[in-house]
Ligand binder design. Structure first.
Ligand code: S3P
Length: 219
């Protein structure tokens, strides 16, 4: 974990070419406290990193895809299959709008967005207007492909847009410029979930919510 104690610094970089040359690793813009949005391609680890971050900070973790599935009463794969991608994108946009509205005055939250959410300009605009920090989990496409294939065979994770390797690579390439508009970018290939979570805490200066145990002591 990166600390100011002289341990090696994480290889992290702000997103975007312009940002890379001008910004320090910790973004100078101040964001509304209490929310972090994880973006990036399928298999980048948004959900696992989000869960780890939530535990580390005592913040609530939410996966936007779960909210969509719950609201629709069917899985993301079923929405794609029965109603098509455009219906899914509409549901995704509405889910994001509601989630952002709930954030005002709600508990601190880490949110994992599905791989296509941040790429839709209207969703990126909502996040920008809400002044919440977005974190791009970046990883080499080969790495992402391997993870998605492993998750499909080991836990049966269904991803409607996981088709051929060539399509996967092309989609990744076409989306990368949009992900790079996130406030910060962090390397997520070949690093543990805990190391990535620690890097995000450090880069955004996130604070743990202290909770009292039954004896009334701070934990
Ligand atoms: C999608 C990624 C999925 C899910 C949906 C569409 C995409 O989420 O939202 O299948 O467009 O890349 P993950 O990134 O969590 O796999």
């Amino acid at each position: 974990m990166k600390k100011r104690s002289g341990k090696p610094r994480l290889k992290t970089a702000p997103a975007g070419r312009r940002a890379q040359s001008k910004r320090s690793p910790r973004p100078t813009k101040s964001y509304r406290q209490g929310a972090v949005f994880l973006v990036g391609f399928m298999g980048a680890g948004k959900t696992s990193v989000g869960r780890a971050l939530g535990q580390r900070l005592n913040w609530v973790f939410e996966d936007l895809d779960d909210r969509i599935a719950e609201h629709e009463g069917r899985t993301v794969a079923e929405i794609f299959r029965d109603s098509g991608e455009s219906a899914f994108r509409r549901a995704e946009h509405n889910a994001l709008k509601h989630l952002l509205a709930e954030l005002r005055g709600g508990s601190a939250k880490i949110v994992a967005l599905g791989g296509g959410a941040f790429v839709q300009p209207e969703n990126a605009a909502l996040l920008k207007a809400a002044e919440v920090p977005t974190v791009f989990l970046d990883a080499p496409v080969e790495n992402l492909w391997q993870r998605c294939c492993a998750q499909a065979s080991e836990s049966g994770t269904e991803r409607p847009l996981l088709r051929s390797k060539e399509q996967f690579r092309k989609l990744h390439e076409s989306r990368r410029p949009a992900y790079a508009k996130a406030a910060i970018r962090i390397q997520a290939g070949n690093r543990t979930v805990e190391a990535i979570a620690a890097g995000i805490v450090e880069m955004l200066g996130l604070k743990k919510i202290e909770v009292r145990n039954q004896q009334g002591e701070m934990e």
